[in-house]
Design a protein around this ligand. Structure first.
Ligand code: AMP
Ligand code: ZN
Length: 115
Protein backbone atom coordinates (compact mmCIF):
# COMPACT_ATOMS: atom_id res chain seq x y z
CA UNK A 1 0.00 0.00 0.00
CA UNK A 2 1.16 3.53 -0.77
CA UNK A 3 0.99 5.21 2.64
CA UNK A 4 -0.17 8.58 1.28
CA UNK A 5 -2.75 7.18 -1.15
CA UNK A 6 -6.40 7.90 -0.37
CA UNK A 7 -7.70 5.04 -2.53
CA UNK A 8 -5.35 2.53 -0.83
CA UNK A 9 -6.82 3.69 2.48
CA UNK A 10 -10.40 3.36 1.23
CA UNK A 11 -9.64 -0.13 -0.17
CA UNK A 12 -8.13 -1.13 3.19
CA UNK A 13 -11.13 0.28 5.08
CA UNK A 14 -8.89 2.76 6.89
CA UNK A 15 -10.86 5.87 5.95
CA UNK A 16 -14.59 6.34 5.60
CA UNK A 17 -16.21 6.09 2.22
CA UNK A 18 -19.48 4.81 0.88
CA UNK A 19 -18.37 1.33 -0.21
CA UNK A 20 -20.86 -0.68 -2.30
CA UNK A 21 -18.75 -3.70 -3.16
CA UNK A 22 -15.55 -5.28 -1.98
CA UNK A 23 -13.77 -8.53 -2.80
CA UNK A 24 -10.19 -9.75 -2.43
CA UNK A 25 -9.05 -7.81 -5.49
CA UNK A 26 -11.19 -4.69 -5.84
CA UNK A 27 -13.36 -2.13 -4.06
CA UNK A 28 -16.21 0.01 -5.44
CA UNK A 29 -17.40 3.18 -3.71
CA UNK A 30 -19.38 6.35 -4.45
CA UNK A 31 -17.42 9.29 -5.85
CA UNK A 32 -17.47 12.25 -3.41
CA UNK A 33 -17.98 14.77 -6.24
CA UNK A 34 -20.42 13.04 -8.59
CA UNK A 35 -20.69 14.35 -12.14
CA UNK A 36 -23.65 12.09 -13.00
CA UNK A 37 -26.66 10.82 -11.02
CA UNK A 38 -24.72 7.59 -10.50
CA UNK A 39 -20.95 8.00 -10.17
CA UNK A 40 -19.01 5.10 -8.70
CA UNK A 41 -15.28 4.39 -8.66
CA UNK A 42 -13.83 0.89 -8.92
CA UNK A 43 -10.24 0.47 -7.73
CA UNK A 44 -7.83 -2.44 -7.28
CA UNK A 45 -7.04 -3.10 -3.63
CA UNK A 46 -3.36 -3.18 -4.61
CA UNK A 47 -1.76 0.13 -5.56
CA UNK A 48 -1.14 0.80 -9.26
CA UNK A 49 -0.63 4.52 -9.98
CA UNK A 50 -2.13 4.66 -13.45
CA UNK A 51 -2.48 2.73 -16.70
CA UNK A 52 1.06 3.89 -17.46
CA UNK A 53 2.37 1.89 -14.50
CA UNK A 54 0.48 -1.31 -15.42
CA UNK A 55 2.62 -4.41 -15.91
CA UNK A 56 1.66 -7.44 -17.96
CA UNK A 57 0.81 -9.28 -14.74
CA UNK A 58 -1.75 -6.57 -13.88
CA UNK A 59 -3.82 -7.36 -16.97
CA UNK A 60 -6.27 -9.68 -15.25
CA UNK A 61 -6.60 -7.37 -12.25
CA UNK A 62 -7.51 -4.37 -14.42
CA UNK A 63 -9.90 -6.58 -16.37
CA UNK A 64 -11.49 -7.50 -13.04
CA UNK A 65 -12.28 -3.80 -12.45
CA UNK A 66 -14.43 -3.83 -15.58
CA UNK A 67 -16.14 -7.01 -14.42
CA UNK A 68 -16.89 -5.44 -11.01
CA UNK A 69 -18.24 -2.35 -12.81
CA UNK A 70 -20.63 -4.61 -14.71
CA UNK A 71 -21.79 -6.30 -11.48
CA UNK A 72 -22.33 -2.93 -9.77
CA UNK A 73 -24.14 -1.48 -12.81
CA UNK A 74 -26.54 -4.43 -12.74
CA UNK A 75 -27.01 -4.23 -8.98
CA UNK A 76 -27.76 -0.49 -9.27
CA UNK A 77 -30.25 -1.14 -12.08
CA UNK A 78 -28.49 0.91 -14.76
CA UNK A 79 -27.18 -1.93 -16.93
CA UNK A 80 -29.96 -1.85 -19.50
CA UNK A 81 -30.24 1.95 -19.78
CA UNK A 82 -26.48 2.09 -20.19
CA UNK A 83 -23.41 3.51 -18.57
CA UNK A 84 -19.92 4.77 -19.28
CA UNK A 85 -16.64 3.37 -17.95
CA UNK A 86 -13.61 5.64 -18.13
CA UNK A 87 -10.04 5.62 -16.87
CA UNK A 88 -8.24 8.97 -16.82
CA UNK A 89 -4.49 8.70 -17.32
CA UNK A 90 -2.09 11.57 -16.78
CA UNK A 91 -2.39 15.37 -16.87
CA UNK A 92 -4.17 15.84 -20.19
CA UNK A 93 -6.93 13.47 -19.06
CA UNK A 94 -7.25 15.29 -15.74
CA UNK A 95 -6.17 12.37 -13.56
CA UNK A 96 -6.17 13.72 -10.01
CA UNK A 97 -5.82 10.56 -7.89
CA UNK A 98 -2.82 8.41 -8.79
CA UNK A 99 -4.28 5.03 -7.91
CA UNK A 100 -5.82 3.53 -11.02
CA UNK A 101 -9.63 3.69 -10.98
CA UNK A 102 -12.52 3.09 -13.32
CA UNK A 103 -15.30 5.71 -13.29
CA UNK A 104 -18.78 4.19 -13.66
CA UNK A 105 -21.13 6.95 -14.83
CA UNK A 106 -24.85 6.46 -15.38
CA UNK A 107 -28.34 7.67 -14.59
CA UNK A 108 -28.97 9.98 -17.54
CA UNK A 109 -28.01 10.29 -21.20
CA UNK A 110 -24.34 11.18 -20.97
CA UNK A 111 -22.84 13.87 -23.20
CA UNK A 112 -20.62 12.46 -25.90
CA UNK A 113 -17.47 14.50 -26.08
CA UNK A 114 -13.76 13.80 -26.39
CA UNK A 115 -12.19 16.80 -24.79
P1 AMP B 1 -9.62 11.31 -11.68
O1 AMP B 1 -9.78 12.75 -12.06
O2 AMP B 1 -9.93 10.37 -12.79
O3 AMP B 1 -8.29 11.04 -11.01
O4 AMP B 1 -10.76 11.04 -10.62
C1 AMP B 1 -10.60 11.10 -9.24
C2 AMP B 1 -11.98 11.02 -8.65
O5 AMP B 1 -11.84 10.67 -7.29
C3 AMP B 1 -12.75 12.34 -8.70
O6 AMP B 1 -13.97 12.13 -9.38
C4 AMP B 1 -12.95 12.68 -7.22
O7 AMP B 1 -14.20 13.29 -6.98
C5 AMP B 1 -12.83 11.32 -6.57
N1 AMP B 1 -12.39 11.30 -5.19
C6 AMP B 1 -11.30 11.92 -4.67
N2 AMP B 1 -11.18 11.64 -3.35
C7 AMP B 1 -12.22 10.81 -3.04
C8 AMP B 1 -12.66 10.17 -1.83
N3 AMP B 1 -12.01 10.33 -0.66
N4 AMP B 1 -13.78 9.41 -1.88
C9 AMP B 1 -14.46 9.25 -3.04
N5 AMP B 1 -14.09 9.82 -4.22
C10 AMP B 1 -12.99 10.61 -4.21
ZN1 ZN C 1 -3.11 3.51 -3.78
Amino acid sequence: MASDCVFCKIAAGEIDSRVLYRDELATAFWDIHPVAPLHILIVPNRHISSVNEMNAEDEALVGHLVYVAKLVAKEQGVDQAGYRLSINTGPNAGQSVFHIHVHLLAGKPLPIHIG
